[in-house]
Design a protein. Structure first.
Length: 205
C-alpha cells in the first residue's frame, strides 16, 4: 500500500500579494513614526538648550526708537539766578536751561505759560543746597524735576516729588524684606512733553 503525502494547499496569489502590501505599509508607517519621534526629541533638546542659554543671559530691555524724521525742538529759557537752601552760608546758583520737546506744536503753549513755568523752576532750584547741586546725580535729579514742573505748569497730571520719594521708600522696604522680589514703584510717571532738560550754564557761588 502506498501512502500519498498530502501537502497543504498554497494560498491564492491574490491573498499573498495583499499580505505583502500590508507588510510594506506597516514598515513604512513604523519607519515614519520612528523618524518623527527622533525629530521631536531633537527639537525638544534644541528648545531646552535655547531656554538654558536665555536663562544665563540677561533679558534685553526694550529700547524706545526715536523717529529720525521727527526732529526735536529746543526752547532756551532766560537764565535763572536763585538763592539756594543753604543755612550756614549765602549760596546761589546761576543756571541756563534749554528744554527739549518732542512735539513742536507745544512751543507756542510753552511761551504762553512761561510765567508759571519759570515760577515752578525757580522753586525747584531754591529747594536745593549747593552740595546737592555740585554732585552729578544732584544735577540729574534737578533736570528731572524741572521736566516735571514744566509739565505741571502746562496742565499735565504729574506726581509730586514727595509722592515719588514715598513710593520709592516703600519699594526699598519691600526689597529689604524680600531681596529676590522685583522692585515695583506704586507711582509711575506719565510720558512728559519735555523729553530732556539741558544745562548750557551751571554756576554755584
Amino acid at each position: 500500500m502506498s501512502t500519498a503525502a498530502v501537502d497543504a494547499a498554497p494560498p491564492p496569489k491574490g491573498k499573498k500579494k495583499l499580505i505583502i502590501i500590508i507588510a510594506a505599509a506597516l514598515a513604512v508607517v513604523l519607519g515614519g513614526g520612528g523618524a518623527a519621534m527622533v525629530m521631536m526629541k531633537k527639537k525638544a533638546a534644541a528648545e531646552e538648550s535655547a531656554e538654558a542659554e536665555a536663562g544665563d543671559k540677561p533679558a534685553k530691555k526694550a529700547v524706545a526708537k526715536r523717529d529720525p524724521k521727527a526732529l526735536p525742538v529746543f526752547v532756551p529759557l532766560e537764565p535763572f539766578t536763585v538763592n539756594l537752601a543753604d543755612r550756614n552760608a549765602d549760596r546761589y546758583a546761576q543756571l541756563a536751561v534749554t528744554l527739549e520737546l518732542d512735539d513742536p506744536t507745544l512751543e507756542p503753549q510753552l511761551k504762553t505759560f512761561m510765567p508759571a513755568i519759570r515760577n515752578n523752576i525757580l522753586l525747584a532750584i531754591a529747594d536745593r543746597t549747593a552740595g546737592e547741586l555740585m554732585a552729578r546725580d544732584g544735577k540729574e535729579r534737578l533736570a528731572q524735576r524741572i521736566a516735571r514742573e514744566t509739565s505741571r505748569a502746562l496742565g499735565f497730571d504729574v506726581p509730586t516729588e514727595e509722592e515719588i520719594a514715598e513710593a520709592e521708600a516703600e519699594a526699598d522696604g519691600a526689597d529689604d524684606e524680600a531681596p529676590r522680589k522685583k522692585k515695583r514703584r506704586k507711582v509711575e510717571e506719565p510720558d512728559l512733553p519735555v523729553r530732556a532738560v539741558h544745562f548750557s550754564n551751571f554756576i554755584i557761588q
